[in-house]
Design a protein around this ligand. Structure first.
Ligand code: WTA
Length: 651
């Protein structure tokens, strides 16, 4: 386990600022007890935030645990809940989406505009043959067409599988193959630091690798800046909309348990996992947490800086905020282009009320200095949030002070792709905040820190973060792999009929029940908010001619939290070389994407192994982080440690 979180002085805590608490959606501390007393019926409150086509018969059916059914009997449509009903409520001229493009273009979609385009896109997809239950892959950068096509899929009951635009062609092909997806929505390209970048050629390469017919829709993002041709089976998005101008499609009622979407994430094997989320439970939970934790109101302008290609953007840029009828902001660019004031200029100009970002970004802002936020009027902000990695108290305090002006609560929210929504965090109008600690489990959530034997650890001790009760936002399974779902997530800590979900994270808990998440205890690393499986990276490296073995670990990185460090041994006929190092980096970029690029490649004659032949990743992690090595007596080849350390020092 990577335990590098600095702990805050034990007495450092902040109370919710009174003006915030007075207006907060949730301000009664009694909510924790109410949820305990009423559980599972407390979750009626989440379901009640949505409009149902048919009311559910029960809140929870656990007969087939750990395959839980939330709100069985209920039927609803997610797009109807995120769009139509706000128009019916008289808010058609309110902005639903505000987009800030990389070249300072802006676009605003009112709820009426969103309704129009979602319907046209839904009609077009249907005409292309998409039927209820077909998986549509969406491979788009942060442009409005990404949430719009997600909602269009939801409208016709076709689960979407969004693949982050930075993934490589190979990674896209693997995900499409695994999801049996015959439809792809992509674009010609996008701007990266002012240059046109070709996305379609990546998509085309992925399509060539697949041996099935794929119908493809291409959004024209770059206009004349990039000329792209359309092959057979490829359609221009703009032309499709034009051909379906004014069309409407009735939202398809979906059963609560029907799949709304799939999202691939990394696990402990080389195979990415398709996390499947339900329509009723997921959407209720995204809406509920957006209301209780992000404190969202329809009047708010809200900005989550995460890419929609990951779970944070799904739950907290698209589904949660739109279900509540909020104005949600989308930003296409990076925080430092064209300059380091870009985000703060956007906050000021749009009078953003609530801002949600990642610790990596906050550490970068801190490094650049306070003059950038200080130069802008950020007084519209009421609440700040973070997600994705542990946040150290210094960064937390800086965020509160320099972005929040000292009077915004900061919510440090722990959750995962699998959990669908936030699980451990303070309620901003209720709980005191402790920098460096995410907080107590949310009302009704059974998050606990336990030892190997499953019993709770004492305050201050380190253990495993588990969840001992189901919750509405939970994933339903892994696409096509119920067995792996059971084995990886439920086997480790469940006993008999007491089903316990294992998160893969290590954590500790204090006397007040506040949980500090320490990081992954499995072979998953978190690089600037991107979750990567070390095995996926290793398999890209061992594919290269000349490489005998590879082990990938996370090394500390000042800004990104963690960086990819690869330890590689060559086979008998190859010597380490600069050319080989370059091939290794290129191969990882090709297999996954540039965001998984190893920061360090260390050649070593052998990898440290236990007597039973297992690579000792922990030891390499300690070397990467220049930490004491602990007990190396179980090593078969202790002499390699000195050799690796010597090479590492040269980096
Ligand atoms: C980590 C992102 C500490 C954790 C929503 C988890 C965090 C993984 C926090 C999930 C936090 C997320 N404090 N660590 N507030 N939030 N994590 O699936 O290791 O991309 O298991 O979901 O991020 O990453 P994922």
């Amino acid at each position: 386990m990577n335990v590098h979180t600095m702990t805050a002085p034990a007495d450092e805590r902040y109370e919710p600022p009174r003006p915030f608490a007075e207006q907060a959606n949730v301000s009664d501390p009694g909510i924790y007890e109410e949820f305990e007393d009423e559980w599972p019926d407390c979750w009626e409150r989440a379901a009640a935030l949505l409009d149902w086509h048919r009311e559910h018969d029960r809140v929870l059916d656990d007969a087939n645990a750990p395959f839980y059914e939330w709100f069985p009997g209920g039927e609803l449509n997610a797009a109807y809940n995120c769009v139509d009903r706000h128009i019916e409520a008289g808010r058609k001229t309110q902005a639903a989406l505000k987009w800030e493009g990389k070249r300072r273009e802006t676009r605003t979609y009112t709820y009426q505009d969103l309704y129009g385009e979602v319907n046209e896109a839904a009609a077009a997809l249907r005409d292309l043959g998409v039927e209820e239950g077909d998986v549509v892959t969406i491979y788009l950068p942060m442009i409005p067409e990404l949430p719009i096509t997600m909602l269009a899929c939801a409208r016709i009951g076709a689960p979407h599988s969004a693949v982050f635009a930075g993934f490589s062609a190979d990674a896209l092909a693997t995900r499409m193959e695994s999801a049996d997806s015959e439809y792809l929505i992509t674009c010609d390209g996008y701007y990266r630091r002012g240059n046109a970048f070709n996305q379609k050629s990546k998509a085309d390469n992925a399509l060539m690798a697949l041996d099935r017919e794929v119908t493809t829709v291409v959004v024209d993002r770059l206009g004349p800046d990039l000329d792209h041709g359309l092959d057979a089976g490829q359609y221009d998005y703009g032309e499709l909309l034009f051909a379906h101008a004014g069309a409407t499609v009735d939202p398809v009622p979906r059963e609560a348990g029907d799949m709304l979407f799939l999202m691939y994430t990394s696990g402990t094997t080389g195979e990415p996992k398709g996390i499947t989320h339900s329509t009723g439970g997921y959407l209720s939970y995204a809406a509920w947490t957006s209301r209780a934790v992000l404190d969202l109101e329809p009047e708010d302008t809200y900005w989550c800086s995460a890419d929609i290609g990951w779970i944070t953007g799904h739950s907290y840029t698209v589904y949660g905020p739109l279900a509540l009828g909020t104005t949600t902001l989308l930003y296409e660019g990076t925080p430092d282009y064209p300059d380091r004031s870009r985000l703060w200029e956007i906050v000021e100009r749009n009078a953003v009320d609530v801002f949600y970002t990642a610790p990596t970004a906050i550490r970068a802002f801190m490094k650049w200095g306070e003059e950038y936020p200080d130069g802008h009027d950020l007084s519209s902000l009421r609440l700040l949030g973070t997600v994705g990695e542990p946040i150290n108290p210094r960064a937390w305090n800086w965020y509160r002070e320099h972005i929040g002006g000292g009077d915004c609560p900061v919510v440090d929210t722990w959750w995962q792709t699998e959990t669908g929504g936030m699980m451990v965090t303070t309620l901003p109008g209720v709980s005191s905040m402790k920098p460096g600690s995410a907080g107590p489990p949310l009302p009704g959530i059974g998050a606990r820190v336990v030892g190997e034997d499953g019993s709770p650890v004492d305050p201050g001790e380190t253990g495993y973060l588990v969840v001992d009760r189901p919750w509405p936002g939970m994933f339903r399974s892994l696409y096509g792999d119920d067995e792996r779902y059971r084995d990886e997530y439920w086997e480790p800590f469940s006993e008999g009929d007491d089903w316990v979900y294992f998160s893969g994270d290590g954590a500790k808990v204090d006397e007040d029940g506040y949980i500090t998440v320490l990081g992954r205890v499995d072979d998953v690393i978190n690089v600037s908010g991107h979750r990567l499986g070390t095995m996926e990276i290793e398999s890209a490296i061992v594919d290269i001619e000349g490489v005998a073995e590879a082990a990938v670990v996370g090394g500390d990185h000042e800004r990104d939290g963690t960086a990819v460090h690869a330890y590689v041994s060559t086979d008998h006929s190859h010597e380490p070389s600069e050319a080989l190092r370059e091939r290794i980096v290129a191969s990882v970029e090709e297999a996954i994407g540039p965001f998984a690029r190893p920061e360090a490649v260390v050649f070593t004659p052998e990898l440290p192994k236990t007597r039973s032949g297992k690579i000792m990743r922990r030891l390499l992690e300690n070397i990467a982080n220049q930490e004491p090595l602990g007990d190396t007596s179980t090593l078969r080849n202790p002499e390699v440690v000195g050799e690796i350390e010597a090479t590492d020092d040269e980096l």
